[in-house]
Design a protein around this ligand. Structure first.
Ligand SMILES: O=C(O)CCC(=O)C(=O)O
Length: 283
């Protein structure tokens, strides 16, 4: 398991983020892409059945179909979790290359996939899908400040400044959790964080990954291209890390790797059963 060298591990420690080129191949991403194609089709058919859109836009590619639907019927939520809950997402979460990276960066072979993965269709010229500077712990709550929660953000298309790639502030994970305020749907820092650290803009290819921590400041830029910037982000922590804020929302995760007790690793069927049981309880 020599996927990352010592220099890369030091970079993650010092910067709070690490670009990992070529972590996954197009073939690795294809099943998730198919799941997204189906999810978009469900959106189209749902809106059509409700009479909110006049056509299904079936001839449109994945890079455009949701743009056309959104134009006729703007939707409020543009981060998908339950919408793409599937064996394909499970399989991506347990890809050996992904778990090897998680093991090296978390420093443990006992790894839980946290359940708050998100597929994000970043629509062209859409403020709704442009996330301002934040630390993920802003959203998790102050109790998560001392925890190490690892995000792996993976673009499904090539990304750069034009179509809304990610930016990071180097070393910001060492600042602690800074005070924030609400701005529309988002939480933003009270102070000007750009004045405080070096901003890096990460152009990435589909299948590259950027790993970062729950205190690392990051944001995504406006998508000024014509096509949707599709991405998926996965989150991991050492098994036993408290994740109650996720459990309350039904974003249940699963044990993805265990060096000590391999028999405790959850199958796709076990993850699905756990989530279904939670939904039944709520009904
Ligand atoms: O994908 C984006 O635009 C933002 C993602 C993000 O902020 C995150 O994964 O925490």
């Amino acid at each position: 398991m020599a996927l990352l060298d010592q220099q890369q591990l030091r970079t993650y420690e010092e910067q709070g983020y690490l670009l990992i080129p070529g972590l996954l191949s197009r073939d690795d991403l294809a099943p998730v892409e198919q799941t997204i194609v189906k999810a978009v089709d469900r959106v189209a058919r749902g809106l059509y059945a409700e009479g909110r859109v006049g056509e299904l836009f079936e001839d449109q590619p994945l890079s455009r179909r949701l743009v056309e639907l959104h134009r006729m019927h703007p939707r409020e939520s543009m981060s998908w979790n339950r919408e793409v809950f599937s064996e394909a997402v499970y399989d991506l979460c347990v890809q050996p290359a992904v778990l090897d990276v998680a093991e090296l960066l978390l420093g443990s072979g006992e790894i839980t996939m946290n359940g708050d993965y998100w597929v994000r269709p970043k629509l062209p010229q859409e403020q709704l899908t442009t996330l301002p500077w934040h630390q993920d712990s802003d959203y998790y709550g102050a109790q998560t400040e001392p925890l190490h929660i690892l995000s792996l953000w993976i673009p499904l298309v090539d990304v750069d400044e034009r179509n809304g790639c990610m930016q990071f502030i180097s070393g910001s994970h060492k600042w602690g959790l800074l005070p924030n305020k609400r701005q529309g749907d988002h939480l933003v820092p009270v102070e000007d964080v750009e004045a405080r650290g070096r901003v890096e803009t990460l152009a990435m290819k589909a299948g590259d990954a950027v790993a970062f921590r729950n205190l690392t400041f990051h944001r995504s830029l406006m998508n000024n291209s014509d096509g949707i910037r599709w991405s998926i982000d996965l989150r991991y922590s050492v098994t036993g890390t408290p994740l109650d804020w996720l459990a309350k929302m039904g974003l249940l995760g699963f044990v993805a790797r265990s060096r000590h007790r391999p028999e405790s690793v959850d199958s796709w069927q076990a993850w699905r059963a756990g989530r279904h049981a939670w939904e039944k309880e709520q009904a």
